[in-house]
Write a protein that binds this ligand. Structure first.
Ligand code: ZN
Length: 408
């Protein structure tokens, strides 16, 4: 509100953006483009968006020639892990079998992760998350899932909690004990161990309970058992669905009220419509499909045709080592056929929907958390056009400048 005869003083004022993108959920153009717009921020919250001529800031950022938009919301990551799989990647890229003794697949990373201390795991993940923040990500999800024993998974939840404490980004913790099955374990026994761990998982601060439902991983029945049990402890369901085969578990995702269904490569159009009707957000990860040279890449236009809200995520993990939502946006457009507006909405508002946080982050409006970025490009098209470039110049999280001139 403008004071009579003057201007209202706020903590931070961003003015004169070449393009301000609100990424509001109801924006007819998907991104809420306002040429010349600005943002007023006070006390960590957005006060005004668009016309900010009635404000002045204790700190001001001149955004002429630049784009201002919400911080990216990376809603699917496996950023906590030990070691790396560079040797496996190099061999596979060359069309060869990985040499004996190198870490391969989820189980290779399981061994590397178990061998590290909590401190080592925090340090390695923090390095990756700092890169994510540097390239515009202000909220990220972090899954466990490379421990695959009760004790090792509990340690990964502790890693998530420490990362959330130490780093400025918002970090949403997801329990993914049902990522894979230690070959020493019986799948049904491990399923029951997971169920038994869920009360502690909730107490350790996880928001979501996720399962990898696919051939060779968890069956729809096991997935249902785990997700329903988690819901009883306040853990909201997520599901890795149909990435490499058709499981029929889309109906399960609807039944349990999954917040998101991720991958969806083999999900049928009818199932996608049922997911859309149930308000399940579809998460698309083009960088992962690129990294693994997926045999059946998802056409995300099928999700839009079904009426789904779509989120773009990096899926950063040992098999897809990218921290860049800029790259996910570029690939979503060029390999997935998304419009640039669709991709930018999916990288912000869509990601917030996939984390159940669309009421507080992912778009710019009065009352929302002040998580935003200033990008040194003259229009939003450049964010897909300059492939994978980190165009993020200034990052603001909860109203605090964490990258750019005058870091708090
Ligand atoms: Zn995943």
């Amino acid at each position: 509100m403008t004071a009579t005869g003057g201007t209202q003083l706020v903590d931070l004022l961003i003015t004169d953006a070449a393009e301000l993108l609100t990424c509001a959920g109801d924006a007819p153009d998907l991104i809420g483009r306002i040429p010349g717009g600005g943002v007023a921020v006070d006390g960590g919250t957005i006060t005004a968006v668009g016309d900010v001529s009635g404000y002045r800031g204790r700190r001001e950022i001149d955004a002429r020639g630049k784009v201002v938009m919400p911080g990216f919301v990376d809603s699917h990551t496996h950023v906590v892990f030990g070691g790396d799989r560079a040797c496996e990647y190099a061999a596979v890229a060359a069309g060869q079998a990985p040499p004996a003794g190198v870490s391969v697949g989820i189980l290779g990373t399981m061994a590397d992760t178990r061998s590290q201390t909590v401190e080592d795991l925090v340090e390695a993940a923090a390095d990756r998350i700092r890169e994510m923040i540097d390239s515009g990500t202000t909220t990220l999800e972090s899954k466990t899932g490379y421990g695959l024993s009760i004790a090792a998974e509990a340690r990964l939840l502790e890693v998530n909690a420490r990362l959330e404490e130490q780093l400025p980004a918002r970090i949403v913790s997801t329990y993914l004990g049902a990522h894979a099955i230690d070959p020493q374990r019986d799948p049904q026994d491990w399923t029951e161990d997971i169920v038994a761990q869920l009360p502690d998982v909730a107490a350790q601060g996880a928001a979501f309970n996720d399962v990898y439902c696919d051939a060779g991983y968890f069956t729809p029945d096991q997935s249902r058992r785990i997700l329903e049990a988690g819901a009883r402890h306040g853990l909201r369901p997520k599901i890795h669905l149909d990435a490499y085969s058709h499981t029929g578990a889309a109906a399960l995702a609807v039944d349990v009220g999954a917040v998101s269904a991720d991958h969806l490569n083999f999900t049928t159009d009818g199932e996608l419509r049922a997911l859309a009707d149930a308000g399940v957000t579809g998460v698309y990860m083009p960088c992962l499909e690129f990294a693994v040279r997926h045999p059946a890449p998802l056409d995300p236009r099928r999700l839009y045709d079904a009426g789904m809200e779509v989120a773009l995520a990096t899926d950063v993990c040992p098999g897809c080592w990218t921290t860049s939502m800029h790259l996910a946006v570029a690939m979503g457009c060029r390999t997935g056929g998304m419009s640039i507006a669709q991709a930018l909405r999916a990288a912000t508002y869509g990601g917030a929907c996939a984390l159940g946080l669309a009421g507080t982050i992912g778009s710019l409006a009065p009352g929302m958390a002040a998580d935003l970025q200033v990008l040194d490009v003259p229009s939003h098209e450049h964010l897909a056009y300059r492939i994978g470039r980190n165009s993020t110049e200034t990052i603001i999280i909860d109203g605090a400048v964490v990258k750019g001139a005058g870091v708090d």
